[in-house]
Design a protein around this ligand. Structure first.
Ligand code: HEM
Length: 140
């Protein structure tokens, strides 16, 4: 028998996702997210439109940071120790197309790892509020 779902109106602090709404578990917990982050950056590096962006960066370090970031974002433990997203991306002058490319790669990676397409879409939706921080003044 399933446990009853508590009626908790708490949606977390302003601007932050609920502590755990099931997305973290749905993508396979930390192991699933780490695998997704690893594969995501390998695909980004292999994408001819994006590879220049990543010149001189360390993909293993990036995958680890991105994994920790996504873990916190999806309601898992907050282990992220990287920099502020705006500051980290400021010098990269990223475009909307770059952002869309990352979202599309992430959705494909999650589906390839066996995550249901509806769950993959929810994960990608959760990135959208960060678009303006990541793109900074380069957007437009
Ligand atoms: C919501 C979308 C995004 C999130 C959540 C995100 C997250 C992160 C995180 C957590 C880091 C590591 C920060 C650190 O090491 O302190 C990082 C670095 C980086 N990201 Fe993103 N990112 C996003 C979008 C993008 C896009 C669209 C691109 C390019 C197509 C991109 C390219 C990079 C690069 C090149 C770095 C390395 C910067 C450096 O080491 O100098 N990111 N990102």
């Amino acid at each position: 028998m399933d446990e009853p779902i508590p009626e908790d109106p708490c949606q977390g602090a302003a601007g932050r996702p609920p502590a755990d709404d099931g997305l973290y578990a749905a993508v396979g917990g930390f192991a699933g997210i780490r695998a997704a982050a690893d594969l995501l950056y390998r695909r980004m590096l292999d994408d001819p439109g994006l590879t220049d962006r990543f010149r001189g960066t360390d993909p293993d370090r990036l995958a680890a940071h991105q994994g920790a970031f996504l873990t916190a974002l999806l309601g898992g433990p907050d282990l992220y120790t990287g920099g502020d997203l705006g500051a980290v991306h400021a010098s990269l002058a990223l475009s909307d197309a770059d952002f869309e490319a990352l979202c599309n790669h992430l959705a494909a990676v999650l589906r390839d790892l066996g995550v249901a397409p509806t769950v993959a879409a929810q994960v990608v939706d959760r990135l959208d509020p960060m678009r303006s921080a990541v793109l900074g003044s380069a957007d437009g």
